[in-house]
Design a protein around this ligand. Structure first.
Ligand SMILES: *Cc1c(COP(=O)(O)O)cnc(C)c1O
Length: 363
């Protein structure tokens, strides 16, 4: 049971973590498995830490069914550094890449790629406030691109690729920062899957990169050593000091997920949670969802009343009731409920209860 002082945290990231994991980390804070030290204090070259990172990788491989011909890298620099590392390492054949821009993270990735080669925006939903995923097929992609880039779940706008487009033989790079481990994904369909950990996995400071082995080693000679995937792949993500404590927490989350039915069970719960909220939104006389129904995200649910003042009143009232971070991203306004894996189902029920009350008073 959750402690009663704990709020319901709808933050888009850093975000809620499973309470049993937080408790275990607290229990182990001063004395990790009888070592007499905290993982925070531990040498990353110690056998104890080597086991932590090896187990984390093995358990993530199990959870996502990651084939052996992929590296799993634990990097730093956030998802944002990947906006640069991807073109630096991979836009190195024809020097061309096609980007589908369905949100501001995709837009940022695209702009960064333009610095390194011939990046092209194939389609964008910017004109419609990124309220849908632009539908493209392999025929829209230039035949000789090094890769196609998509953002799988648009954290800010609340859209998600509910159907993976057919990109034919093109290599696909996907930013899965805000949906990793919320659904089963066929890793072999992608060249690279990456994500910042602070949305659905762990505290901030860690970026997970899952990359097909043949794609490593394609960076030009003058690539800074730290920005070359090869450096990290060859050194088991320990070229330099890794974000050791965050890797430990991520590893504990992976163990927790495995012990609780894995990604499949998480997905079922996530679907149930999101469906409750969307069903309510579809029937509300006051609140409206802001994105195309077929592109709705399970993780980030965006909605408005249509009146900015009323949105503010709603968010403020929620806070008084212990429900925090419901304000929409500063570039879109309105409201957003991020309901990641670790967000409790009862919390969604509580939110809907309050929305109904608010609707009755304000509709
Ligand atoms: C949060 C987020 C980012 C940026 O992550 P940082 O770790 O802050 O760099 C990029 N892409 C998506 C989809 C995100 O949700």
């Amino acid at each position: 049971m959750a402690e009663e002082y704990r709020v319901l945290n709808f933050s888009a990231g850093p975000s809620v973590l499973p309470e049993p994991v937080l408790r275990k980390c607290a229990d182990e804070m001063l004395n990790y498995e009888g070592t007499g030290e905290s993982v925070m204090e531990m040498s990353h070259r110690s056998p104890e830490f080597q086991k932590i990172i090896d187990d984390a990788e093995a358990n993530l491989r199990k959870l996502m069914n990651i084939p052996d011909d992929y590296y799993v890298l634990f990097l730093q620099g956030g998802a944002t550094l990947q906006f640069s590392m991807i073109p630096m390492n991979l836009m190195t054949g024809s020097g061309k890449a096609d980007y589908i821009v369905a949100g501001q993270w995709g837009q940022k990735a695209y702009e960064e790629a333009c610095k390194f080669g011939d990046a092209r925006c194939v389609a964008s939903s910017k004109e419609d406030k990124y309220s849908y995923i632009p539908k493209v097929s392999k025929d829209d992609i230039r035949p000789d691109v090094d890769y196609v880039y998509i953002c799988y779940n648009n954290t800010v706008f609340g859209t998600h690729y509910n159907e993976m487009p057919d990109f034919g033989d093109h290599m696909v790079v996907a930013d899965m920062s805000s949906c990793i481990l919320s659904e089963e994904v066929d890793v072999s369909k992608f060249g690279v899957i990456y994500g910042g950990a602070q949305k659905n996995v762990a505290p901030a400071g860690l970026t997970i990169v899952i990359i097909r082995k043949d794609l490593v080693g394609k960076a030009p000679e003058n690539t800074p050593i730290y920005l070359d995937y090869k450096t990290h792949a060859e050194k088991g993500s320990m070229y330099n000091t890794p974000p050791s404590y965050t890797i430990y927490v991520a590893g504990e989350v992976f163990k927790y997920l495995l012990a609780n039915g894995g990604v499949k069970a998480m997905h079922e719960k996530d679907v149930r949670k999101a469906k409750k909220l969307y069903d309510y939104l579809d029937n509300s006389k006051l609140f409206k969802g802001t994105v195309a129904k077929e592109d709705r995200s399970l993780m980030n649910v965006t909605f408005v009343t249509g009146d900015e003042e009323l949105d503010k009143k709603f968010v403020a009232g929620a806070k008084e009731r212990g429900m925090i971070n419901l304000k929409g991203h500063r570039i879109v306004g309105g409201c957003r409920a991020s309901i990641y894996n670790a967000f409790p189902e009862e919390g969604v029920d509580k939110l809907i209860e309050y929305m109904k009350e608010f609707e009755a008073e304000n509709a």
